[in-house]
Design a protein around this ligand. Structure first.
Ligand code: NAD
Length: 349
């Protein structure tokens, strides 16, 4: 069955969707609408149909799907109008700015019977899928800590992402991806407590980075950090279990797993520092550890669209479930609250 998708907002991310859709069978672009003439012209140059208004786009009976790739504050009104006009909706992330707004969108989806989903494409990131595999295989023994970071050094982008009213800030921008990944790893484990701080190095209006400690009911703590003034990046993932440690340095999946070999280190050679000596912090002897390659996982992010089409045809359940999206939205609110009050926030208790 063929599907036709109309795109609202034809900026940077819509360009990515455009390229991807060219490689997907049974999916065509019906046309686009953008408030900026320059972007409408860009679409026309690619041979796309350009609607005269949002209303015209929504009235077109040719399309069964609408992709919303506008700034974050525009997702909700367009999604609601689209569902009321009979369209199924893919919203870019973050789905909207608050859990109350998301509830309204979910209510309209329920009332109209239209499918609403969110482009949580980073569920297909290979570094994340590799972490998932390491944990599923129990390679590190019992997990007790996990750290997930993305670091850049150019500050927050100088567009609408700098403005609160458009849903700017890094919690909503990158945080939504990293928190979604962590909550999926612990889908059935209540998250008890959240402590967070934000940075305002390059921007005073919205957060240009944040740091959140998440304490789960099974005793695992997860640190999630987004930084935009970090000229030296820390590893993308650092995972600690009782039997070993995994590090994933970057998106190219450089990294390793180091595990205890079972050989007892009877005579640890102490490290002599300028001011004393230590055995506790001395490096491991080579025969007491194994170093292994990461169990790298390959992915195809087009599965997102294949799944959306299968849902519309009644063949599959949605991979992105709205209660999962709601859990992330509430967590982003808890992070903002903790950062504002300077206190840990209780969650899912
Ligand atoms: P952008 O500024 O490049 O593009 C947004 C476009 O929307 C602009 O062309 C703008 O003119 C248009 N627009 C603004 N208001 C509009 C309205 N009311 N109606 C129609 N068009 C309107 O921004 P972007 O980087 O493409 O981000 C767009 C969305 O995609 C955001 O929600 C962002 O969070 C998301 N995004 C997702 C990913 C991802 O990996 N999933 C990556 C980048 C951006």
């Amino acid at each position: 069955m063929n599907h036709k998708i109309a795109i609202v907002g034809f900026g940077g991310m819509a360009g990515w969707h455009y390229d991807e859709i060219q490689t997907i069978g049974n999916l065509e672009i019906a046309g686009i609408w953008d408030i900026r003439e320059e972007r409408r012209q860009c679409a026309a140059e690619k041979g796309l149909h350009v609607y005269g208004s949002l209303e015209e786009l929504l009235a077109d009976q040719e399309s069964d799907l609408v992709l919303i790739a506008t700034p974050n504050d525009v997702h909700k009104p367009v999604a609601i109008a689209a569902m009321k006009a009979g369209k199924n909706v893919i919203s870019e992330k973050p789905v909207t700015l608050s859990s109350g707004d998301l509830q309204e969108m979910m209510d309209v989806s329920e009332e109209t019977g239209r499918f609403l989903t969110v482009h949580q494409n980073r569920r297909w990131d290979e570094d994340y899928l590799t972490v998932k595999k390491i944990l599923e295989e129990g390679k590190l023994g019992e997990l007790f800590r996990l750290e997930s970071r993305v670091h850049g050094s150019r500050g927050i982008p100088g567009d609408w992402r700098q403005e609160k009213e458009h849903g700017g800030g890094m919690i909503l921008d990158w945080g939504v991806h990293l928190l979604d990944q962590i909550l999926l790893l612990f889908a059935d484990v209540p998250l008890r407590r959240v402590y967070a701080t934000v940075t305002n190095v390059t921007n005073q209006l919205v957060d240009d980075g944040f740091y959140a400690e998440l304490v789960f009911a099974n005793g695992v703590t997860a640190l999630v950090e987004v930084g935009t003034s970090n000229f030296v990046s820390l590893p993308r993932w650092y995972i600690l279990g009782t039997d070993g440690t995994a590090v994933i340095e970057d998106w190219s999946l450089n990294g390793r797993i180091v595990r205890a070999s079972g050989v007892d280190e009877k005579d640890v050679t102490p490290v002599i520092t300028a001011a004393g000596l230590t055995k506790t912090m001395a490096p491991r002897r080579d025969d007491s550890i194994f170093t292994e390659e990461l169990p790298k996982v390959k992915s195809d992010v087009r599965e997102f669209y294949y799944n959306v089409m299968a849902v519309l045809e009644g063949r599959e359940e949605s991979l992105i479930r709205l209660p999962q999206v709601m859990r992330v939205m509430k967590l982003m609110e808890a992070i903002a609250k903790s950062a504002e009050t300077g206190e840990a926030v209780r969650f899912e208790e």
